[in-house]
Design a binder for this molecule. Structure first.
Ligand code: AMP
Length: 279
């Protein structure tokens, strides 16, 4: 596996691959890799002849300087993990100056999807995501790219931007990979104290209980209220807990086909998100 840090070096390699008739699969990440990321790599099996994992902690999608500074990083461990899969040709890890050279002034904004859920909580976050993902898809010449359902709003937004900007790339969604106790794998989990890690188990549990109550026909607003209160009792600061449609992410008072529960809640200063299909 090659580690490439420069756009021009990547462009040269991508051009060679193209000339040789290769197809390119890409997994964009912010590093601190875990089995969720590896599931994305595996999801490209049979979909492309070459595979690139990108690693870039994107400063313009953080609206909190501390969150950016404290985001876990470890290029060497990430490179080893990817190399051991035997499936990755290139780890593309540009630095911020390479991605956003002096004078960089463009933002991609996906209207509507960017202002709700995590977008309401984190102003500018999804403009940063949309901008960097567009650049990464173009720089890597991706034919196919894998994204996790763990970040379901991000997945919807990327599908929208790919369609709207006529980007010639297929988006492959990958179901959320969880720990044995149900907690969705996340790079941020590494920052949880042992006690917070135990508390965190309650997040998917509460979602499952809420989902079952809704499926049993209890009124959605009452289920959501009870779930919020439960999470608060277990020490969470709940940012949102909503039932929304699975495509446009509109709030829905009933469990329409494809509806999902979406939650963001913090333990101390660590913000966790999760979502589950209800119907
Ligand atoms: P991140 O490095 O957190 O920005 O995530 C990079 C990609 O991995 C995104 O498409 C995420 O949705 C995906 N991802 C992160 N955690 C998981 C997980 N537990 N299961 C599946 N995909 C995940």
């Amino acid at each position: 596996m090659r580690i490439i840090r420069s756009r021009t070096e990547l462009a040269t390699l991508v051009a060679q691959w193209r000339n040789a008739g290769q197809t390119i699969g890409v997994v964009p990440t912010m590093g601190s890799l875990h089995n969720g990321h590896l599931a994305l790599v595996n999801a490209l099996d049979g979909q492309a002849t070459r595979r690139i994992v990108t690693l870039f902690v994107n400063p313009i999608q953080f609206n909190n300087a501390d969150d950016f500074a404290l985001y876990p990083r470890g290029l060497e461990a990430d490179a080893t993990l990817l190399d051991n899969t035997g499936k990755v040709d290139v780890l593309y890890a540009p630095d911020a100056a390479e991605m956003y050279p002096q004078g960089f002034a463009t933002r991609i904004m996906v209207a509507g999807l960017d202002g709700m859920l995590c977008g309401a909580d984190r102003p500018g976050h999804f403009d940063g995501v949309a901008t960097v993902v567009t650049k990464l898809l173009l720089q890597t010449g991706a034919d196919v790219a894998a994204f996790g359902e763990k970040d379901y709003q991000q997945l919807c937004l990327i599908r929208r931007l790919v369609q709207d900007l006529d980007l010639p790339v297929r988006i492959t969604p990958v179901p959320t990979v969880r720990e044995a106790d149900g907690l969705a794998l996340s790079s941020r989990n590494r920052r949880l104290t042992p006690q917070q890690r135990q508390q965190a188990t309650y997040l998917p549990e509460a979602l499952k209980t809420c989902m079952a109550d809704i499926q049993h026909g209890k009124p959605v607003s009452a289920c959501l209220h009870a779930c919020r209160e439960n999470l608060k009792t277990h020490g969470f600061d709940v940012h949102y807990l909503d039932l929304r449609t699975g495509d446009t992410l509109r709030e829905t008072p009933v469990p329409v086909a494809g509806a999902r529960l979406f939650v963001a809640a913090s333990l101390g200063d660590i913000r966790l998100i999760d979502n589950m299909a209800v119907a």
